[in-house]
Design a protein around this ligand. Structure first.
Ligand SMILES: Nc1ncnc2c1ncn2[C@@H]1O[C@H](COP(=O)(O)OP(=O)(O)OP(=O)(O)O)[C@@H](O)[C@H]1O
Ligand code: SF4
Ligand SMILES: [Mg+2]
Length: 347
């Protein structure tokens, strides 16, 4: 795919390949309503390079979607954002809305958690695609736009692109609708693709096909992908890096395979222990005891302490930061990962 960038008014220069397409540093999101301030995302940092993937994994309500939408700056005045979100070195937080609009859907695209909301029910798929191409200056001529729309629908594995281009969203199956949403998301050849639970609403076979498609697009287009999921199976299948979130923070990060094989944070361990395994008889499934803290009610110290089997009194004092525990691994638990290993014991 060779479409030009849609970054007019933001940065016309060719991106410096040495700079990461997405660098998030100490991101925080605080919702402000009725004089109440509710901090939902707390100090999230990660870097995504070209063709790389980060899977954000965590239980419902831990702040995955809010992180994704904060990076896109979709909350307007409803939320205060702190920290930094850089694309190829350029700070995005605080950019004026017109520059952000040109950036969204062009250089950075979101596949939202609810795909039906991403499509206009009253317009045919082809018209929706050609509009995006025209708005971002990729194909302004109607006939060329239509041709490109059909190419994009074919690229995302739609077998009959002409028919689908002429269809309204309700005339398509869930899997085909999701493919159309992905076609729109990648239509401007974004450097960064954020996919928020892109397969939740689909049956297992279609889920696998959509994940395969996203992995293929990542390889073919070099897109950096931030994938949000609460499904450990999806996280393992997609590969790349994993960032495990709990109560608005990243508590563990590292290569997906390694994190899933040998977690270094008790929360990640708990998530994995709660998975059904073929050798475990029904009824013996373990889940993490208790439930995550509600937003605005994060406990002092380590937010996982009330549920953590390894908690000590000191855990309720200070909230441990994410620290490097191996060259490519980080975890926010000094109990499992002491800074100075006790002689004779592995860290
Ligand atoms: N616009 C908003 N205003 C206030 N609070 C919000 C808003 N959007 C989300 N929240 C709260 O922020 C918290 C995190 O929500 P988020 O949608 O990020 O969870 P999630 O990790 O994506 O969960 P799920 O797996 O269920 O999608 C939730 O408690 C939610 O109620
Ligand atoms: S810091 Fe303490 S409470 Fe938090 S995960 Fe580690 S052991 Fe558990
Ligand atoms: Mg979500």
């Amino acid at each position: 795919m060779t479409a030009s960038t849609g970054l007019s008014g933001v940065n016309q220069a060719e991106p410096d390949t040495a700079l990461a397409p997405l660098e998030v540093t100490d991101l925080s999101t605080t919702f402000v309503a009725n004089r109440r301030r509710i901090e939902v995302v707390r100090g999230v940092s990660f870097t995504l390079r070209r063709g790389e993937t980060l899977m954000l994994l965590g239980e419902s309500g831990c702040g995955k979607s809010v992180t994704a939408r904060s990076i896109m700056q979709l909350y307007g005045s409803a939320a205060e954002l702190g920290g930094s979100v850089r694309m190829n070195g350029q700070e995005l937080l605080g950019l004026p809305e017109p520059a952000l609009r040109s950036l969204r859907g062009g250089q950075i695209a979101l596949i939202p958690q609810d795909p039906t909301g991403a499509l206009d029910p009253l317009r045919r798929i082809g018209a929706q695609l050609t509009e995006v191409l025209a708005v971002h200056g990729i194909e302004r001529v109607k006939r060329a736009g239509r041709r490109r729309a059909e190419e994009l629908l074919a690229m995302v594995g739609i077998p009959d692109p002409k028919r689908v281009a002429d269809s309204y969203p309700h005339e398509l199956s869930g899997g085909m609708r999701q493919r159309a949403v992905i076609a729109i998301a990648v239509s401007c050849d974004p450097q960064v693709l954020i996919a928020d639970e892109p397969t939740t609403a689909l049956d297992v076979t279609v889920q696998a096909q959509i994940l395969e498609l996203l992995a293929e697009l990542r390889e073919r287009l070099g897109t950096a992908v931030l994938m949000v999921t609460h499904d450990v199976g999806v996280a393992g299948d997609f590969g790349g890096q994993i960032g495990v979130m709990y109560a608005g923070r990243l508590v563990e990060e590292g290569p997906a395979r390694e994190v899933l094989a040998s977690p270094r944070h008790p929360y990640t361990q708990g998530l994995l222990d709660s998975l059904p395994a073929p050798d475990i008889p029904r009824g013996t499934l373990r889940s993490i005891e208790g439930s995550p803290p509600g937003v605005g009610a994060f406990p002092a110290g380590c937010a996982f302490a009330p549920r953590c089997p390894k908690a000590r009194p000191a855990c309720r004092g200070e909230d441990p930061p994410l620290r490097r525990v191996r060259p490519d691994r980080s975890a926010a638990c000094p109990v499992v990962n002491p800074a100075t290993p006790t002689p004779g014991r592995a860290a």
